[in-house]
Design a protein around this ligand. Structure first.
Ligand SMILES: Cc1ncc(C[n+]2csc(CCOP(=O)(O)OP(=O)(O)O)c2C)c(N)n1
Ligand SMILES: [Mg+2]
Length: 370
């Protein structure tokens, strides 16, 4: 009978490897500076704040449009706006692979707001990403974007010429996705092939109604990186400075050929899972109240106030400007009109199989003439 249910205390074996999981925090929920601030100009600090505010307005309007029947199912990013700062750490030629909860970082990279609204209104043309924007399309099947990002990173590594740096892939996913096979396969390939990929898990504590404590027995999500030979770090995911510092480190490392990194953003989904969900059915009210105190936008406001970068007048003017930008985008999305039925044939196949040609012909002769 063992003396203890612990291998070490039971005297079994000797250490062959040891690991630690580090956490990075720079800005406290009260807006106090806890660590070394990243090198950012006042303009960049304002840019980060304004991106977060824009993301929140975009989100709030999307929720209203859905309730008015003007939008289909929508996945809110309320509380997870610190994601925007990853766009600042990325370069133009890096590739972003988003899930359905990254509208903020997509917008911060330059994705037109009206296209995103069009997509959430159920029109796939909203995912026709502008040619000069290296954003991949939104991935709804949980975790499926991870192998795509790793494959793209591998391609960039193969295409690397001379001593030039490669672009990197940045892939976002949730805590629930880390239980999917795609996550483990992607991480394994990334580690073994040492590809320029940055994995960012937005651990928002829930996968629909499944809390992270039931999702996994892992003490942190960051430690999942260790098994695949990747560096993993946990950051306060509502602290833009911590997220920026970790993303910048990981991207520079990836681009210079030193391999992938895994970042766990410790954040919280303050909204329902989607507009088809009611989180009050399963989520303790106190949990939400506690996380409201950790809001990424209000803590940045407090920090900026202490630096003389925020005032009520600035906020008022900013809200006016951003509300107008969002209203214009909604108007543009709503006048886009219906897509053609024939689009599903034209955009699914390069060459239409014989069996579908007849159907397409019928559509061309009938539907599109309506
Ligand atoms: C492969 C797959 N299985 C199930 C679903 C249904 N589904 C949509 S979102 C979701 C939970 C995802 O949780 P998480 O990865 O933590 O991301 P979050 O929604 O919290 O951002 C599930 C199960 C899906 N879209 N794809
Ligand atoms: Mg989640």
């Amino acid at each position: 009978m063992p003396k203890s249910r612990n291998i070490k205390k039971n005297g079994l074996g000797k250490p062959v490897a040891s690991f630690e999981v580090r956490r990075l925090e720079i800005l406290s929920p009260q807006g106090k500076v806890l660590g070394k601030l990243p090198k950012l100009s006042n303009d960049q600090i304002k840019q980060i704040y304004e991106s977060m505010v824009l993301a929140r307005i975009f989100d709030g309007i999307a929720l209203k449009l859905q309730r008015e029947g003007r939008m289909l199912t929508y996945a809110s990013i309320h509380g997870q706006e610190a994601q925007v700062v990853v766009a600042l750490a990325m370069q133009k030629d890096d590739w972003l692979f988003p899930s359905f909860r990254e509208d903020g970082v997509q917008i911060a990279r330059g994705m037109p707001l009206d296209l995103l609204y069009q997509y959430w209104m159920g029109d796939e043309r909203g995912q026709k990403i502008p040619e000069d924007l290296n954003n991949f399309t939104i991935s709804i099947p949980v975790g499926s974007q991870i192998p795509h990002a790793v494959g793209a990173a591998y391609a960039m590594k193969i295409k690397k010429q001379n001593d030039k740096k490669t672009p990197a892939s940045v892939v976002f996913f949730g805590d629930g996705a880390t239980s999917e096979g795609d996550f483990h396969e992607g991480m394994n390939f990334a580690g073994a092939l040492k590809v320029p990929c940055v994995f960012i898990c937005q651990n928002n504590k829930w996968a629909i109604s499944m809390p992270v404590s039931k999702q996994t027995a892992s003490q942190t999500i960051a430690q999942k990186a260790i098994a695949y030979g990747l560096e993993g770090v946990q950051v306060d995911g509502n602290d833009v400075f911590a997220v920026y510092e970790a993303a910048k480190y990981a991207l520079e490392k990836a681009r210079s050929g030193s391999g992938p990194t895994f970042i766990e953003m410790d954040t919280y989904r303050m909204s329902d899972h989607t507009t088809s969900d009611d989180a009050s059915k399963y989520r303790p009210k106190t949990e939400l109240e506690n996380w409201k105190k950790r809001d990424p936008i209000t803590r940045m406001q407090k920090f900026m106030l202490s630096k003389g970068l925020w005032s009520a007048v600035y906020e008022k003017q900013l809200l006016e400007r951003l509300n107008k930008k969002v209203a214009d985008a909604v108007a543009k999305a709503e006048i886009a009109g219906q897509p053609l039925v024939a689009d599903m044939f034209d955009y699914t196949y390069a060459e239409l199989p014989e069996s579908l040609k007849e159907q397409k012909e019928w559509i061309d002769n009938n539907e599109n003439k309506k």
